[in-house]
Structures are given as C-alpha cells and as structure tokens.
Ligand binder design. Structure first.
Ligand code: IPD
Ligand code: CA
Ligand code: CA
Length: 257
C-alpha cells in the first residue's frame, strides 16, 4: 500500500494540476449555473476540476472514499473509517467568475476521522499551502511558523456574508471588538490568512469541503478549530466554525457565554 508520504507528493501534483486547469480556463467561455440561489454558483470548470482530482485520487488510492462538493465523489459517506479524501474543486466560485482572483483548490485526507494531509492552493498567486500531520505546514517549499497568539482587540476578523448580515447580537459584539472586519468570499483564502497570522480569526458556516484542508493546516500550527461556543466539530456535518488563535478563541468564548 502506498505510504502517506508518497500520497502527499502525488496529492500536491494533483492540486497543482487542477489549479493550472482553472487558471487556463478562467478567461474562456464556460457555463455558469445557479445551485441553491443566485449567490451560489457552479461552473463547468468546478465540475472539470472535481473529475480531474477524483480520477487521479482513485488511481493512487483506490480503496479510499471521496467526499466532494459537485457530485462526482462517493454517493454517501456516513463514516470516516479508513482513507477519506475531501475535495473542493474551486473554493470561491463567485470570485473565480467575477474577480478572476481570490479562489482556491482544496483537498484533504482524513484517516479514521483524523486530518492527516491538507492542501489549499491560492491559484492566482501560485502558492500551495500544504501539510502532513506531524511535519508542519509549508507554503510551496518554505516552512510556516506558528502565528503570534494575539487577542481579538489586536486582530483582524473575517466573517462570511450570511453571518455578517444575520443580525446575531453576539456576532455583532465579536465583530465590534476586533480591530477590523474582513470578508473575502473564499473560506480557503480566509483560512490561509489565519494560518499566516494576517487574520486572528475566521468565522463561517462551513461544509466538509470548505473546512477539511484548512482545519488540518490550522491544527498543525496550534490554532483552534472549534464550533464558536468551543465544542469540537464534526467534519461531516455543517458547522458554525471558528478558526482562530488560542487567545481570540478565549476572548470570543467570553463574549458568547
Ligand atoms: C464558498 C466560499 C464562501 C463561503 C461559503 C462557501 P464555494 O465556497 O468559501 O466564502 O462563505 O460558505 O460555500 O461554494 O465557492 O466553494
Ligand atoms: Ca466549491
Ligand atoms: Ca467552498
């Protein structure tokens, strides 16, 4: 059976191939479809990327399960036993369509429910953030240091649109306490910025493919990845997730409780 280290090497190439595909097709004619509502889009490039990634994963790790956003993975994943690959073929599809910037390809491997490999490719900047459990986190070939443990009042906070507009009083208080509020429209890019210390926290409602890779990388760097009230998260079910420094997580819990 192929080792985790070999899977890591191959997975980096697969993610880069998908990034290259998105980059090349970005300026061409492609089809854009609405998923749940007009703010939630999918393109033929999302589907192409997912098929490209899943086909390669099936070759290198044939006994694994694949959980992927656009329907080309395994139909039903009810348990996380063995190898489970989690795929977001383009994260930030709206940015891909409208900005040609600020989107990512994301992939993670969970083994028996624990995150083991994680990849977020910032396509436009050609930066692949990747990590293997116990081996640290890298951007391309450069190791990333653990970000400073700043508190909420010294940190920029990112929150998604739905939460920002929700009117929830606790979320409003958290946003007011932070030194500034940001919204990028790509969970992957926002989690990169927490990992590199540019943001102190990111709060969002995340699906498994939005969360899986960023969680792996953030936990490897000693960051907190929990539900907003401090409970552990289940990667298979949709969660209100906080990715933050330890101090920001404490500060937020004080506001919530
Ligand atoms: C979305 C983006 C967005 C977040 C949504 C995600 P998609 O991913 O990450 O920032 O607020 O919750 O669904 O649909 O572009 O892959
Ligand atoms: Ca996506
Ligand atoms: Ca996504």
């Amino acid at each position: 059976m192929i080792s985790i280290k070999e899977l890591d090497q191959q997975a980096q190439q697969i993610v880069r191939q998908a990034g290259q595909n998105a980059f090349e097709k970005m300026g061409e004619d492609y089809q854009v479809d609405i998923k749940t509502n007009y703010t939630d889009l999918v393109t033929t490039i999302d589907r192409e990327n997912e098929q490209l990634i899943n086909n390669q994963l099936r070759k290198i790790d044939p006994d694994s399960q694949i959980l992927s956003e656009e329907g080309f993975g395994d139909r039903q994943i009810t348990n996380m036993q063995g190898h489970v690959w989690i795929v977001d073929p383009i994260d930030g599809t709206m940015n891909f369509v409208k900005q040609h910037n600020n989107f990512a390809v994301m992939l993670a491997l969970y083994v028996d429910g624990s995150p083991v490999l994680g990849y977020i490719l910032d396509v436009i900047n050609g930066r692949l953030y990747h990590g293997r459990r116990g081996d640290g986190v890298y951007v391309n070939d450069k190791k990333i240091n653990q970000p400073a443990n700043l508190g909420l009042r010294e940190s920029l906070l990112a929150m998604n649109r739905t939460l920002t507009l929700s009117g929830n009083p606790s979320l409003k208080e958290i946003a007011q306490e932070a030194i500034g509020l940001r919204m990028y429209g790509s969970a992957g890019i926002e989690m990169i910025d927490v990992i590199t210390g540019q943001l102190g926290a990111y709060i969002s409602n995340l699906k498994p493919w939005d969360l899986a890779a960023g969680r792996m990388l953030a936990e490897e760097l000693g960051l907190v990845v929990k539900s907003i009230d401090g409970r552990s998260i289940n990667v298979l079910s949709s969660n209100l997730v906080l990715v933050a420094t330890r101090q920001v997580s404490r500060d937020i819990r004080q506001i919530i409780n």
